[in-house]
Design a protein around this ligand. Structure first.
Ligand SMILES: *[C@@H]1O[C@H](CO)[C@@H](O)[C@H](O)[C@H]1NC(C)=O
Ligand SMILES: *[C@@H]1O[C@H](CO)[C@@H](O)[C@H](O)[C@H]1NC(C)=O
Ligand SMILES: *[C@@H]1O[C@H](CO)[C@@H](O)[C@H](O)[C@H]1NC(C)=O
Length: 344
């Protein structure tokens, strides 16, 4: 009797011993404890990397940040942005912007944010860097030993490319009807980028799909914010189908079912706008007087070149392309079921 009980205990505990030993082995240098978030992309997720570079970085001027934390922090909204909400879902603090890494060592255990407002998969202007450069910076952090293989193993990467490539494509005079050729080259580069983040050791890579660009105030302004541009939204659908296809390819190539996932930001925005969840759907809270994009701009005498609403919580859009914090809160509610699947 005594002997068989002992055997039972042995058989029960042995697998645990093996698991503990092998886990310790694969995780030799745990630098920073806990689950981490690494963020790549543009203004939908940047929390301060885009520097104070004059007019272009309006995210560092009033009225950006008026709702949270009541002053500008480099976020393109009146408050929190998507990366803040994803971090909160993971029950961690928003990862520190790479630019300010020296000022928050204790924050390194939450990961790092490499996103820069204005970024595209390809170059988007004179000063804005592309996604490749952000991954280079990430790789350097690993090589410098800031994050170990072990840290990456339990981490999530969030990649958000939200349309700057198309803005650059169009503003440099390319014809709209040739956009699908451009889309294909964008997708093949994006696939390389996603694969590279995974190859560097991040277990799960989550990429946002493209929001309905044709509904952004910048575009909807011509209709007095009464309708979206369906031609542009059709191209967005094409983009999202191609994105789903590359995610599937990556899953097959890495022989896994959950290393790459797309996050349906498009569906979230679309359901909010279609169900008219906000008093002001397409009209932005902060609107330029003469064009859609100069929220926050003042002239030489300090006179405002924009109009600011008094109730941002009633607006989905904050400025010409970015949601308000209330807008992101609603989108986050819509994304929660998918996030539960991603982080299960
Ligand atoms: C990204 O930018 C770097 C540095 O300017 C450049 O070398 C590289 O070719 C660019 N990559 C892409 C995909 O545009
Ligand atoms: C635009 O819409 C607003 C409110 O919906 C309305 O007051 C205004 O007259 C409209 N302007 C034009 C030019 O149609
Ligand atoms: C929608 O956008 C396309 C592409 O920029 C443009 O050619 C077209 O005129 C726009 N349609 C409307 C109704 O504004």
């Amino acid at each position: 009797m005594k002997g068989s009980k002992c055997f039972f205990l042995y058989a029960f505990f042995l697998p645990f011993v093996i698991i503990i030993v092998s886990a310790a082995h694969s995780c030799e240098y745990p630098k920073q404890g806990g689950k981490k978030l690494f963020v790549f992309g543009d203004s939908f997720v940047d929390n301060g990397n885009l520097g104070k570079i004059g007019k272009l970085a309006r995210s560092w001027t009033y009225p950006y940040g008026i709702t949270f934390p009541h002053h500008p922090t480099g976020r393109f909204s009146d408050g929190r942005v998507l990366s803040d909400f994803i971090a909160s879902f993971m029950r961690i603090r928003s990862p520190i912007p790479y630019k300010y890494r020296k000022f928050g060592f204790q924050l390194l255990r939450y990961g790092m944010n490499f996103a820069v407002g204005g970024t595209g998969v390809f170059d988007t202007g004179d000063f804005q860097r592309n996604l490749t450069v952000q991954i280079d910076v990430f790789e350097r952090q690993i090589k410098n030993g800031i994050f170990s293989r072990c840290d990456l193993d339990s981490s999530i990467a969030l990649v958000a490319v939200s349309g700057n490539d198309y803005g650059t494509y169009q503003s440099s005079g390319h014809p709209f009807n040739e956009i699908s050729t451009f889309m294909n080259s964008l997708m093949s580069q994006l696939k390389v980028d996603l694969k590279r983040i995974h190859d560097l050791g991040v277990r799960k890579v989550v990429v946002t799909n493209l929001h309905p660009l044709g509904c952004t105030p910048m575009i909807a302004r011509v209709s007095n914010y009464s309708s979206c541009n369906s031609t542009i939204n059709l191209a967005v659908q094409q983009h999202n189908q191609k994105l789903d296809a590359i995610v599937k390819e990556l899953l097959i190539e890495t022989r896994s079912y959950d290393t790459f996932m797309s996050l349906d930001v498009h569906g979230a925005f679309w359901s909010i706008l279609a169900q008219e969840k906000f008093k002001n759907g397409l009209k932005p809270c902060c609107e330029g007087n003469t064009n859609a994009i100069n929220c926050g701009e003042v002239d030489d005498k300090g006179v405002k070149l924009y109009k600011l609403c008094s109730d941002p919580q009633d607006y989905f859009y904050w400025d010409s392309v970015h949601p308000t914090q209330a807008g992101w809160t609603a989108a986050y509610q819509a994304l929660k079921p998918s996030l539960s699947k991603i982080f299960e």
